[in-house]
Design a protein around this ligand. Structure first.
Ligand SMILES: [Zn+2]
Length: 201
């Protein structure tokens, strides 16, 4: 049997017979007790970040799989989800925040930028020029200029936490934090704390 013979459509929830979206959403909400999303860089040296954030916020990570009676993994005890993107920049994470809230619910969003990051090694002008010369395309309007690289951590974290706060896809009740992670020591330093406003309901 080749891979194409397999009916992958059977694994698409919305194509299953008797699919009821709201019921499936309720089932997904029980998959994991998500509380915190952490956004950080795809640099392999930054992989200690979720552990450090879990310690800082008292989250369960990486947690353990929960299995059903057939031995299928149907959930996890982890309360922390990773969004791994270049530089840990929030722009790439906005859609994941919306989906994470919709399926599982979120209380905290933690943006972490790190020392020795590749995103601090080039400028917005530099990457735009390089793409023009090496690939023959103009990417100057493709991304917000402030999201393209990191020129200093305070402004990159301020920009990212505000970008998340001002997105309609971010639930109003979440707390948003900005940290720098020191690759050499594994230490987190909090630069931004943007707590949810207490809206009377
Ligand atoms: Zn990095």
């Amino acid at each position: 049997m080749t891979a194409v013979d397999k009916n992958f459509e059977a694994y698409v929830f919305s194509k299953r017979p008797g699919y009821v979206e709201k019921e499936v959403r309720k089932e997904f909400a029980n998959l994991m007790p998500l509380r915190t999303i952490v956004i950080f860089c795809f640099d392999p040296r930054a992989m200690g970040i979720p552990d450090a954030v879990a310690r800082e916020f008292g989250e369960v990570y990486p947690g353990e799989a929960i299995q059903d009676e057939h031995g299928n993994d149907v959930g996890t005890t982890t309360s922390l989800l990773n969004v791994v993107v270049a530089g840990g920049r929030a722009m790439d994470a906005l859609r994941s925040i919306t989906v994470g809230q919709h399926l599982l619910g979120i209380e905290n969003i933690v943006v972490v930028h790190h020392t020795h990051c590749g995103a601090t090694s080039y400028t917005a002008d530099g990457i735009i020029d390089a793409f023009r010369h090496e690939h023959g395309v103009d990417i100057s309007d493709l991304y917000p200029r402030e999201s393209v690289c990191i020129t200093d951590f305070e402004s990159s974290l301020k920009y990212d936490t505000e970008l998340i706060r001002n997105s309609d896809g971010t639930p109003k009740h979440v707390n948003i934090y900005g940290y720098v992670y020191d690759i050499d020591t594994g230490k987190l330093t909090k630069l931004i704390e943007n707590l949810a406003s207490h809206n009377p309901e």
